[in-house]
Ligand binder design. Sequence first.
Ligand SMILES: *[C@@H]1O[C@H](CO)[C@@H](O)[C@H](O)[C@H]1NC(C)=O
Ligand SMILES: *[C@@H]1O[C@H](CO)[C@@H](O)[C@H](O)[C@H]1NC(C)=O
Ligand SMILES: *[C@@H]1O[C@H](CO)[C@@H](O)[C@H](O)[C@H]1NC(C)=O
Ligand SMILES: *[C@@H]1O[C@H](CO)[C@@H](O)[C@H](O)[C@H]1NC(C)=O
Length: 363
Amino acid sequence: MRMKPTRNLVLGLCSMLVLGFLYYSSGRLHLRGWGQKSLYDKQGFLLRLNSSLPLELMYKYGNLSKGACKPDYAAAKMTAIYPKFSKPAPMFLDTNFRRFSKIGNFYPPFGIKLQEKMINIILTATKNYGLGAELDSLSCKRCVVVGNGGILANRSLGPTIDEHDVVARLNEAPVRGYEKDVGSRTTLRITYPEGAIQRAERYEADSLFVLSAFKSLDFKWLRSMIFNEKLRNADGFWKSVARHVPREPSEVRILNPYFIQEAAFKFIGLPHNNGQMGRGNIPTLGTVAITMALHNCDEVAVAGFGYNMSTPHAPLHYYEKIRMSAIKESWTHNISKEKEFLIKLVKAGVIKDLTGGICGSGC
Ligand SMILES: *[C@@H]1O[C@H](CO)[C@@H](O)[C@H](O)[C@H]1NC(C)=O
Ligand SMILES: *[C@@H]1O[C@H](CO)[C@@H](O)[C@H](O)[C@H]1NC(C)=O
Ligand SMILES: *[C@@H]1O[C@H](CO)[C@@H](O)[C@H](O)[C@H]1NC(C)=O
Ligand SMILES: *[C@@H]1O[C@H](CO)[C@@H](O)[C@H](O)[C@H]1NC(C)=O
C-alpha cells in the first residue's frame, strides 16, 4: 500500500514523458497524421520555398557589413527548409573514422563496411586529414563547387570563382587554358578512379587529391597510387584509370562517404535497395560535393551545373566538343530526381548558382 503513491507518480511521469515525446515527435513530423496538411514533402523539405531570410537569421546576419562571409549561413538556411539537417560531418575520413557510426553499417559507396583495414593503411600513410592549417583556422569559409557543364563557357566567371576560400573541382575538369571562365585556383580535386586525370603533367600544383570511393576497388586503387605500386588488377573499373597520381601521400584525402549516403537516401530520395548500389541510386559526384559543402562551408556557391536538354547542340562540358545530345540514359544516376533536390537548394537560397543552370528559367 505504501508503494502506491510512488507508483502513481511513476505512472504519471511515464505518461508525461510519452505525451512529451508525442508532442515533440509531432513537431518533428510536422503534424502529419493529425489531420493537418503537411508543410513538408516526402523528403522532409519545406514545400513552399522562397529565398527570403527567416527573421532570426535576419537578426543574426543583419549587422554584418555587405559582402562579409556569413558564419554558418548555408547550414542555417538548410535547416530552415529541412529541419532534420545536422551539420557535423567531417569532410574527410580521419583516424577516428570507425567512430562515425553512420557509415559503419553500409558498404561502399554509402559507407565503409569491410574496408576498414584498407582505409587504415591509407590514412596511416597520408597522416593529414584536414584542409590545411590556413583554411582549417578560418572562422568563416566560402566554398564553390565547380561542375563541368558547358554552361561555364564564355561567362568570364574565373575571377569570381577564384575569390572563394575553397575551390572544389571534379574529376578531370581542366584549369589550364580555361582560367578566364573557370578560375585558376584548385583547393580540392574530388574524383573517383575512372574520372581521375590520367596525364601526370595535367595535375595542378598544390591541390588536395580527394578520393570519392564508389566501390571497394576504389580504395585498393588509391592505396596503389599512394605507395606507387603497380595496379595489379584493373578489371573492375568501367573505363581506363590513372596509373599514377603525382601527389604526395600528405596531399591525399578520402571523402567522407556519408555525403553519398545522405544525398542518395535523405536529400534526393533514391531507392534504398538495402543500402546496396542499384539501379538509379547513385548521386552524381557534383551533388555529393555540394552535400559535403553544406556540412563544411559557411557559404556555398556552385557553377557549371545543369544540363539544358532543349539545347542539344550546346556543349555538354566546358572543355570538350561533345554536345548535349550525346548524354545517355544513365543506369546509375537519376538526373531528374537529383535536379529536383538542387532546385530546392537554389530556390531557398541555401546555395548560390553562379551560372544559373540549375533552375534555368524554371524557379
Ligand atoms: C546588431 O546591432 C545592434 C545595434 O548595434 C545590437 O543591438 C544587436 O545586438 C546586434 N545584433 C547582433 C546579432 O550582433
Ligand atoms: C566561346 O567563345 C569562343 C570564341 O569566341 C567560341 O569559339 C565558342 O564556340 C564559344 N563557346 C560557347 C559554348 O559559346
Ligand atoms: C528516376 O526517378 C523517377 C521517379 O522516382 C522514376 O520514375 C525513374 O524510373 C527513375 N529513373 C531511373 C534511371 O532510375
Ligand atoms: C534552355 O535553353 C532554352 C533555349 O536557350 C531556354 O529558352 C530555356 O529557358 C533553357 N532552360 C533551362 C532550364 O535552362
